[in-house]
Design a binder for this molecule. Sequence first.
Ligand code: GLY
Length: 426
Amino acid sequence: MKVLVIGSGGREHALVWKLRQSRKVDKIFCAPGNAGIGQIARCVSIQPDNFKAIGDFAHRNKIGLIVVGPEDPLANGIVDDLRRRRLKVFGPNKKAARIESSKVFSKEFMRKYHIPTSPFKVFDSAAEAIGFCNSVEYPIVIKADGLAAGKGVVVVKSRQQAEEVIHRMMTRKAFGKAGNKILIESFLTGQEVSILALTDGKTIIPMISSQDHKQALDGDRGPNTGGMGAYSPTDFIDDEMMEMINDHILQRTLAGFNEEGISYKGILYAGLMLTAHGPKVLEFNCRFGDPETQVVLPLLKTDLADLMLAVVNQKLASVGKLDWHPGAAACVVMASRGYPSKYATGVQISGLTGKHENSSYIFHAGTARKDNRWVTAGGRVLGVMGMDKDLRSALNRAYRLVHKIKFDGAQYRKDIGFRATKPVEG
Ligand code: GLY
């Protein structure tokens, strides 16, 4: 089977890398991909928003499966478009993708279907939102309704900061239409985990847990980023907790979609807070997490192409249980100086040559080839993954590889995995 992956980041590199291991897949394309992905797949220069060109390419090349990585094309209806052209696509349709593309829809959905989440209020007027902020206990969380490239969620510590954030989102329209409505919700405390679940609209199967590190600096300090590293599995999700997550969150979400007449086929990403009162949903996303994918997929033993086809063909029930490699995986993101704010590109990278095996791998997020050299081409540049018998050994593998890679201004966190409840020894 020929597969086409849509997207160009570290997540898409991990998807391509894993799908290549499938006996079902004999050729893999990525649109547009990046220079690192180009080492293991054929990159085609079609942008993810060009649905027509993607459909034409898929027909011309007899693509058996299209996998959509990022949220923007999903929110804009790529799946509806390609399915109309009788192509097989892994990913939710536009209506289903609203679980991520509208935070207001998502929270109201959770309220309607009794899915545990924090209390919230919706505002479409800056003055009313600011008025409400006079009578709340801080911290609070302010979220723009629409997609804002990971920047639309702010933890706010004071009345003054709330006013500034509300004006930025609603008055100055920092995120355009995404800030026409905002949500103000209570701040939750506990361990944050990510659960990626496969669903074909009838059955939902959670994958193993992972934990992302969103802040730029060690100790979870500094600005929020797209994710500076991750590890899997997390040791605070035991069977009992997973059962609770499945019963109270995943099954209710699937039932809710069906009640709304929405057929969800793809990955449902549940960002959860494990609070003293049980697991609560912080956010849902309609796609694989980045960098969570870079640690969950290496541990997956079940054939990913089989799973994706089972989703597309609504045969997930026949898969039963997923198989996992024992041990752990860790990913350290190497970013450009200045990320998540302004950063330079075109900076030469050394240390990327050399062969690595399945137990360590460099996923490229933002790289390019220039004059036969590797250069940076994004904020997040690389996701360096190590996999081993336990978390410490996996981290050692990842960091050993990180230390060999050099580029001017490279920044990365030194403490990936620090929240693991069992001490990360070594
Ligand atoms: N790692 C966070 C996300 O993918 O949204």
